[in-house]
Design a protein around this ligand. Sequence first.
Ligand SMILES: [Zn+2]
Length: 218
Amino acid sequence: MNDFYHEAGHVVMAFLFKDIFQIDFVTLDIKKSKEYDNLSLGGLKGKIKKDVKSLTPVEHDSIILILFAGFCADNIFKLEPLTDEFYDPTCWSPKLGDIRYSGDIKKMNDYLILLLPNLRLKQPSYFSNCIKSLHLLFQNKQVWDAITLISETLYSKENNTLTSQEIDEIIKSSELPDWWKKNKDSFLDERLKLIKTSSNKISQKKKLTWWERILNSF
Ligand SMILES: [Zn+2]
């Protein structure tokens, strides 16, 4: 069941960041996966919607969170309840070194290289922060219920595959979309604190909104 929670973690995070990530399907059927990509052993399939060069630092961070979400979801499933010790690199680092995560780590590094110059934290602290942030997010009932729903449906399907349309229907039947509408801004504000503001387009957008609000109040 671990693997199903792992993929469900990726799927739910990808759904939350659907502005930048397009889900094609998720599968744990190796044959189905190889139709898509000859080297693939299964997992979440999809693509980044924007050109890599035009992604903002916060968007690099969001993609890294999508990639980290599998590790976090399957560890919560295995270790529940997690303690603060888990956020220490000496605890998560050996677990993350498992061969099962090598594909995710490899992709993560591609974005980490682009993000690092804009980060306030060094790499190990940043990874600890990503894990903690995802664990806090997953502790919300609406988020964990959606992860459970995806993983159980994926498990019950004969070919262990869900299309993007099926994923959409499952998540839209849950409380997650409404919850995310109310909480997305505060989640992204927290992530923004990790990034040097001068390098971030989103922070400029926020400043504008703030000025607009003041202007409107006169
Ligand atoms: Zn993964």
